[in-house]
Design a protein around this ligand. Structure first.
Ligand code: CTP
Length: 422
């Protein structure tokens, strides 16, 4: 898949200009992949590594991958005034990986090398993807520096958990380059459409998103399931995190990389999905049910693989109905002002049109918003795009034109944010 269609042009109509700042951490090699994703999708990328970054990945690699000369010092090509020009002309600056040192220097407005000078002169969106040891990330100095940057509208990603340098593991890993790339594209697109790219309007909110399709086991090797890819739920989780929310993503059988800065809880069955969503909802400001839970489960799960019988008959499977998680969360709202959102993929039938059936479902489930996909024509499952109508219990109806799942996710969060506390 190429991402070229998603690329927002620079205000002057040219290719979007991205500055990729790289600092001296072992994850610097992962920035090569981010650089490749950015250039292959049509971005004009200038790499600004720090002196220490060059100990990990050399200048030749950055120059070859970006197709441009690479500078680290303000004392090269002085006549071009690079310490001012690079930041001034950027549409986006992304620093990945960002060390604790870079985070500190940026928070204090230092300008002691080309990268920090660029950060100080840039007026475009800034994305910072920190990577460091857990102790450094949790140190009060770093916590305060990250808070300062976020207050100024910088998108500081939460690091991922996992293996760090040496034998250590914990929180501090650089999120996957593909995830940082998606966030950059999203932030650029919001800025290009006049949206407020610095708006962290979900900061201080805890949101729960479910994604994927549940599986109900029949025997040790078989299950009843569905084709949900989880892409819409992952787009919702990623965009909520980009807008500052603390996000719990309850993920059922999804084969996508973890969105950056999101807590992922993996489940398999509808029962497990229910327990995870209801548990997380206790401290949530919003719950968005983008998952496709199986409505039925086999009454009993065979311990041994179900065998064919000689007479050619098929074994009967008795089914029991699963709990309706959306209806339960909407009914038992723990927190006042909590916003509950459902999704419905509908086809019209003899009993009513798509929107009539959706209005009835909105009322039946008791949720605040229902995102309705008309799937009469097929082709929503697994695709990168979506088209929808958002119905609200207060009577509002928002048509979302055909576009990416990321664009739809932003519309959903716009609607959720407007209803907080209402
Ligand atoms: N949902 C849920 N629990 C279920 C089934 C569905 O929470 N057991 C949620 C889905 O995540 C979605 C919404 O309910 O947000 C609508 O899903 P849909 O399958 O359309 O609802 P159903 O109640 O199964 O309606 P239908 O009878 O039309 O299949």
């Amino acid at each position: 898949m190429t991402h070229t269609d998603d690329v927002a042009a620079s205000p002057d109509g040219g290719r979007p200009r991205v500055v990729l700042g790289v600092t001296g951490g072992i994850a610097a090699y992962k920035a090569c992949e981010l650089l490749r994703l950015l250039t292959e999708s049509g971005h004009d990328v200038t790499v600004v590594p720090t002196e220490s970054a060059l100990h990990f990945v050399g200048e030749a690699t950055w120059a070859a991958l970006s197709g441009k000369p690479v500078r680290t010092s303000v004392w090269e090509d002085v006549h071009e005034v690079p310490h001012v020009r690079i930041g001034q002309s950027a549409d986006l600056v992304v620093v990945a990986p960002a060390t604790a040192d870079l985070v500190a220097r940026a928070a204090h407005g230092m300008a002691d090398d080309l990268l920090t000078s660029t950060l100080l002169t840039a007026r475009c969106p800034v994305v910072v993807a920190p990577a460091m040891h857990t102790e450094m990330w949790e140190h009060p100095a770093t916590v305060a520096n990250v808070a300062t940057l976020r207050e100024r509208g910088v998108h500081v990603l939460e690091p991922a958990e996992g293996r760090l340098t040496g034998a250590d593991s914990g929180k501090g890993r650089l999120p996957e380059p593909g995830e940082i790339f998606e966030l950059c594209v999203d932030v650029l697109a919001r800025a290009a459409t006049g949206g407020d790219h610095t708006s962290l309007d979900l900061a201080g909110r805890h949101v729960v998103v479910s994604a994927g399709g549940t599986r109900e086991p029949l025997d040790p090797v078989r299950f009843l399931g569905n084709r949900s890819s989880g892409r819409q739920g992952y787009a919702l989780a990623r965009t909520a995190a980009a807008r500052g929310a603390e996000v719990t993503l309850v993920s059922a059988n999804v084969e996508l990389p973890d969105p950056a800065g999101v807590k992922v809880v993996r489940v398999e069955t509808t029962g497990q999905l229910r327990d995870a969503v209801v548990g997380a909802a206790a401290s949530a400001d919003a719950v968005v049910m983008a998952a496709a839970p199986a409505d039925f489960r086999p009454v009993s799960v065979s311990e041994a693989k179900i065998k064919k019988v000689g007479d050619g008959s098929a074994p009967p499977i008795e089914l029991a109905q699963n709990p309706d998680i959306l209806a339960e969360v909407a009914r038992d709202r723990v927190r006042p002002g909590m916003v509950v959102v459902g999704f419905a993929a509908e086809t019209g039938d003899d009993s009513g049109s798509v929107l009539e059936l959706a209005e009835a479902k909105l009322a039946r489930k008791g949720c605040d918003l229902l995102v309705v996909n008309d799937v009469s024509g097929g082709a929503v499952f697994g695709s990168a795009d979506n088209q929808a109508v958002v119905l609200a219990a207060d009577g509002e109806r928002v048509e979302v034109p055909h576009g990416t799942k990321t664009a739809l996710a932003h519309v959903v969060w716009d609607q959720v944010a407007r209803r907080f506390g209402a």
